[in-house]
Design a protein around this ligand. Structure first.
Ligand code: NAD
Length: 499
């Protein structure tokens, strides 16, 4: 019988009651390996009620004790690393070493969140007026939710949950229905670490579950990561329902290659950042912009054999550069974009469409694809492909190259490769993109900085992790107090000022 994945509610695994299920595939074989329950509105409402009840005590627990639970979780998750990576890789298709990186980047935010008691401290002004002291405090919001994508099933749930929990909130996670097993295991580990039942819950589902979260007044904040149209929908619906929302969307990340760049370093960076995880990363480089004909020709000459030599493998093959795509639909979409690029007149230098994994012909594999002479009017340039497809757009000058990421509708990440400090400094100051790498191809900020794209890559005004996460998951209360209370000044009908 096919394995069934339910929900994690009130500290235990429970079966789905809606009678609706989604397929979880093995991307290596194309076979259904499990059925995931898709929650009904009533089930989501029950989870929220449970979380709301559990939050009261958790919110009143002192911050250091809350941090200790996260510390224990960190220890348990590190011990469970092989298992978490295997669960994740089996359903997502990324290789085991890459899956470990997914877990590790999530745990780095847990490490950050352990220090959150320090960031939750309020402000205090003694003697703001005669006998008057003013202070502020940060309090948890209550129940908050995370709605997360398939491509980082450990990292993104942890980026959301760890700061939210450290700040004293209860958390309802609605992970991607493509790869739910790793989030379910994370829930078990939180419980084992001492998190009270009901404080961290996983509800699996699709749009019905998401809408139940968005319209429920008990949910105070929603953190979303996924594609831009859904990010915009979640942002607008959450805001219309009086919730805080931070919603991160799609990307088209450029790498500008200056004539003085070290071309070997550039090519290493491009194959890793363009094709790692089959290009299914929001910070993948999907556009390379060499400046000048000579740079472009040198790039294509060195890059072509490297893309041809990429090793596509099973997700459990640790020697593979990348594994299968997540679903049949994802594979079809990527192949469709490669067909489109050819029709649009781009030069397909390396064509991975025909790749078949021997013995796994129904798996969702595709070889690396490289386009040259892509122009900004083409759809393969404008739209997110989210696969192992790299487009080279040739620019004549630095100004022309730098304008491309700045004017693109997405603004997640960007990189420049150069040996010239003036150029790098000018670029980082002027580029209209949220995260910038200088000779670093995937500039995902470390946990104590914040992560967030601009333009259609991010809706909302606070980023993920770092200090922004504490602002997002707490509300500020400001207290003005006067002691001794016996002072008699008579009634005051004019607004009090400092004059
Ligand atoms: P997706 O938008 O299809 O799904 C994300 C989440 O939204 C899932 O939990 C899904 O169940 C839910 N969802 C899907 N359709 C919905 C609908 N109509 N109504 C309500 N909820 C819905 O994204 P995905 O395919 O899982 O992930 C890939 C996308 O995520 C890419 O566009 C990628 O760039 C983006 N992404 C962005 C970042 C970032 O930080 N900016 C990070 C990772 C991934």
């Amino acid at each position: 019988m096919t394995r069934q994945i339910g929900h994690f509610i009130g500290g235990k695994k429970v079966e789905g009651l809606s009678g609706r299920f989604g397929d979880v595939f093995d991307p290596n074989t194309g076979e259904v390996q499990a059925k995931v329950a898709l929650a009904s509105k009533a089930e989501v409402e029950a989870v929220i009620a449970n979380a709301e009840a559990a939050q009261v005590e958790w919110g009143n627990t002192n911050p250091q004790r809350r941090a200790r639970v996260l510390m224990k979780f960190l220890e348990l998750a590190n011990k469970d690393m092989d298992n978490l990576a295997r669960l994740l890789s089996n359903e997502h298709g990324k290789t085991i070493p890459d899956a470990k990186g997914d877990v590790q980047r999530g745990l780095e935010v847990v490490e950050f969140a352990i220090g959150i008691p320090h960031l939750m401290k309020g402000e205090y002004t003694e003697g703001a007026g005669p006998g008057i002291d003013v202070y502020s405090m940060r309090q948890p919001l209550g129940v908050v939710a995370g709605i997360t994508p398939f491509n980082f099933p450990a990292m993104i749930p942890l980026w959301k949950a760890a700061p939210a929990l450290a700040c004293g909130n209860a958390f309802v996670l609605k992970p991607s229905e493509r790869d739910p097993s790793c989030p379910m295991r994370i829930a078990e580990l939180f419980l084992e670490a001492g998190l009270p039942p009901g404080v961290f819950n996983v509800v699996n589902g699709d749009k019905e579950a998401v809408d139940a979260i968005l319209y429920d007044p008990r949910i105070k904040a929603v953190g979303f990561v996924g594609s831009s149209p859904i990010a915009q929908y979640i942002y607008e619906t959450a805001a219309a329902n009086n919730k805080r929302a931070q919603c991160f969307g799609g990307a088209k990340n450029h790498m500008i290659i200056m004539p003085d760049a070290d071309m070997d370093q550039v090519v290493d960076a491009l194959v890793g950042a363009g094709f790692g995880s089959a290009g299914e990363r929001c910070m993948a480089i999907s556009v390379a912009v060499p400046v000048g004909e000579a740079t472009a020709n040198a790039l294509i000459e060195k890059l072509t054999p490297r893309v041809e030599a990429l090793k596509v493998g099973l997700s459990n093959d640790s020697t593979a550069d990348y594994g299968p795509m997540v679903t049949k639909e994802a594979l079809a979409r990527v192949k469709g974009y490669v067909d489109l690029g050819v029709q649009e007149g781009a030069k397909l230098v390396v064509d991975g469409r025909g790749f078949k994994m021997q013995g796994y012909e129904n798996g969702y594999f595709i070889g690396g694809c490289l386009f040259d002479n892509v122009t900004p009017d083409m759809r393969i340039y404008k739209e997110e492909i989210f696969g192992p497809v790299l487009s080279v757009v040739r620019a004549k000058t630095y100004e022309e190259a730098a304008a491309l990421p700045s004017t693109h509708e997405y603004g997640n990440g960007v990189a420049i490769f150069t040996r010239d400090g003036d150029t790098a400094r000018d670029f980082t100051a002027r580029v209209n993109v949220g995260m910038v790498g200088v000779n670093v191809p995937i500039p995902v900020p470390i946990a104590y900085y914040t992560f967030g794209g601009w333009k259609r890559s991010g809706f909302g005004d606070l980023n993920q992790h770092g200090t922004d996460s504490v602002r997002f998951y707490t509300k500020t209360k400001t207290v003005t107090s006067r002691w001794p209370s016996g002072t008699k000044e008579g009634a005051e009908f004019v607004i009090p000022t400092m004059s």
